[in-house]
Design a protein around this ligand. Structure first.
Ligand code: ZN
Ligand code: ZN
Length: 250
């Protein structure tokens, strides 16, 4: 019996104010046959190429919410696909997010079609099943749970504050092997985090405990939250400080 694995690659671990050398938010999930991007922020296409992927290798993109740092890479991804001969790009999004992406469809060069597929509870991508769960942000936003062979391999929170509703919503997805969680702010800035719909490093660690995730990758990093992570003498086991391009097989 072969055990199915999912390769999770951090394309961009930065947020809207990424630390130097980090791209905007984007995670690539690859089941060996299909490749899906969870968000596609700034620098997304360049990072994919750096890793040896071609723009046409991407089967679809899911956009977690309407804030532009999570989809500013979609237009370059679309344009870069033309030269390689693909004729369309599929983007999954909830209706309220799809509305913001709609303008891009008109801007799309004539040689490529942007297919925006509105989703509700989830969708399938190759052998992966993606279930979506609402989170606590300043606009409607969703986390993505990626299942392979019926088991939950990854939960990506997108942008979210730590609330009881969030824990409840994500717990319903199950216990993930890997949690990629918003860690925009350093510990001590919990009030700013609450106001702006984000988490601090400590809150990302707490969420991991509460969900029972084996591994944690803090994402949506800023220079100040990355500085805190790099300053830890000893991080709890299973916490990975990302550099863009790092892959974890779960
Ligand atoms: Zn963001
Ligand atoms: Zn946001």
């Amino acid at each position: 019996m072969t055990v199915e694995t999912l390769r999770v690659t951090i394309i961009g671990a930065g947020g809207s104010d990424p630390p130097p050398g980090y791209n905007g938010p984007s995670i690539l999930v690859d089941d060996g046959g299909s490749r899906l991007l969870l968000d596609c922020g700034e620098g997304c296409v360049q990072q994919l190429r750096r890793l040896g992927y071609q723009p046409c290798d991407i089967d679809a993109v899911y956009v977690t919410h309407a804030h532009i740092d999570h989809w500013s890479g979609v237009f370059p991804l679309m344009v870069s696909r033309i030269a390689e001969g693909c004729r369309s790009l599929t983007v999954y999004a909830h209706p309220e997010v799809a509305r913001s992406l709609g303008a891009m469809r008109e801007m799309a060069p004539s040689k490529i079609r942007l297919e925006i597929v509105e989703v509700g509870g989830g969708f399938r991508a190759g052998r992966m099943e993606v279930r979506l769960a609402p989170v606590s942000h300043t606009v409607p936003a969703y986390a993505a749970g990626v299942y392979l062979g019926g088991s939950l391999r990854l939960v990506y929170t997108g942008d979210t504050a730590l609330t009881e509703e969030l824990v409840e919503s994500l717990s319903a997805l199950g216990e993930p092997q890997l949690l990629a969680a918003d860690a925009t702010l350093p510990t001590g800035k919990e009030d700013v985090a609450r106001e702006t719909g984000h988490m601090t490093v400590t809150q990302a660690l707490e969420l991991r405990e509460r969900l029972g995730a084996k591994l944690l990758i803090p994402v949506h990093l800023t220079p100040i939250s990355l500085r805190q992570l790099l300053g830890y003498r000893r991080l709890p086991p299973g916490v990975v400080i990302p550099v863009d391009g790092v892959s974890i097989v779960v």
